[in-house]
Write a protein that binds this ligand. Structure first.
Ligand code: KG4
Ligand code: ZN
Length: 360
């Protein structure tokens, strides 16, 4: 296997990357559409689809140039095929299939959640001291906490195409809870990072907030009650220090809940080699610190990919493609993008190569 091209276009980041089979990143590029969506206070699917269509081909040319190769130098192309916004998925998957057909190379339809789940196995990411397999990747099984604006899940990652979702949110995703609470506090979208900054000057003990699901069996989450509690406090009227205190209290509640859920989830992954955190909320210092404590008390490391690889990117898509290729799992060109695609519905059956396909 030589070079693999990865494409990501499932939400509001347009991204492309070229990796060597050993996981070396030769080129990567991400275009955020934040500025396009910010005036609307959230991602607008139609704007996202058009922006992907506009930017993705140029981004592919750029990463191929940077990697010092051309499409004929590729061994495979991996594109996010779900879950996500259907317009963007169609753009990425169709471009990926086109490149695969033109160059007679395998096409890999990547599940975005699996891409996040496998990203800590990039050999360059795992910290010293974690259990590794023969290729230098973090060894299975491990506990993944996927904490983003669209996803909030605890997952047992047991192998390629072998993931067990242990728990999920009953209402809002944790990033959504950050964004909605930040909006209530008068902060711009997306509010997570702004809320974290506001919380720096706050006292987390002055305005007590609920800690939903804390101590409950299982590892599901719920954040809508917390958001309502924030709204009630805001409605009482807050001065500047009050806003900081409320932000700090919200963040402390979320961190405590995530730590509790992570501890419960860890008990469901016997032999876990690490706790891994990914998604935009993994950038939050208080959340990282709380999860690091859970890991440490179990004698494990908290593996947090660098922020650029925690948020949506194409490096993780190319890497998931490499892992699937090694397992003999390619996809046929009639694979239709799936806006909803739970982790337990991944294909784990090797498929026959396409007619005339070059493999290797
Ligand atoms: O993974 P991501 O970039 O995009 C998807 O949702 O797919 O995650 C974005 C989410 C947003 O809700 C954003 O507010 C949140 O991650 N976020 C943060 C921080 N940085 C980003 N939340 C809390 N603290 C942060 N520092
Ligand atoms: Zn994502």
């Amino acid at each position: 296997m030589g070079l693999v091209l990865g494409l990501e276009s499932s939400c509001d980041e347009t991204a492309a990357a070229v990796l060597r089979a050993d996981g070396t990143i030769l080129a990567e590029a991400v275009l955020s559409q934040l500025a396009d969506h910010a005036p609307f206070g959230g991602v607008v699917p139609e704007i996202a689809a058009r922006a992907h269509l506009h930017h993705l081909p140029g981004l592919v040319r750029r990463v191929l140039d940077e990697a010092g190769t051309t499409p004929t130098g590729l061994s495979a192309v991996a594109a996010t095929a779900g879950p996500g916004l259907i317009g963007g998925l169609i753009v990425g998957a169709t471009l990926g299939k086109g490149i695969a057909i033109a160059n007679r190379i395998p096409y890999l339809a990547i599940n975005h959640l699996e891409a996040h789940a496998l990203s800590p196995r990039l050999p360059s990411i795992s910290p010293e001291g974690v259990a590794r397999d023969a290729r230098g990747s973090l060894a299975f099984p491990y506990l993944l906490l996927l904490l983003s604006g669209g996803h909030c899940q605890c997952v047992a990652v047991e192998g390629v195409a072998r993931h067990r979702r242990l728990g999920t949110t009953l209402d809002d995703a944790v990033g959504e809870a950050f964004d909605k609470s930040a909006k209530l506090l008068g902060l711009p979208w997306p509010g997570g990072p702004h809320l974290e900054r506001l919380a720096e000057g706050g006292d987390a003990t002055r305005i007590p907030l609920p800690r939903p699901m804390l101590g409950r069996a299982g590892c599901d989450f719920s954040f809508s009650g917390l958001k309502t509690a924030v709204a009630q406090q805001v409605a009482k009227g807050l001065d500047e220090q009050g806003r900081r205190d409320l932000a700090a209290s919200f963040q402390a509640s979320v961190a405590a809940v995530l730590a509790d859920r992570a501890a419960q989830a860890l008990a469901m992954v016997p032999g876990a080699t690490a706790i891994v955190v990914a998604g935009g909320v993994a950038a939050n210092g208080a959340v990282r610190a709380a999860l690091a404590r859970v890991a440490a008390s179990a004698g494990l490391a908290l593996v947090a990919p660098p922020i650029r690889l925690c948020t949506d990117n194409a490096v993780m898509v190319a890497w998931a493609g490499i892992e699937r290729l090694r397992a003999g799992l390619t996809d046929t060109l009639d694979h239709a993008p799936r806006p909803r695609w739970p982790l337990n519905e991944l294909s784990a059956k090797p498929s026959p190569p396409l007619m005339g396909e070059r493999v290797g």
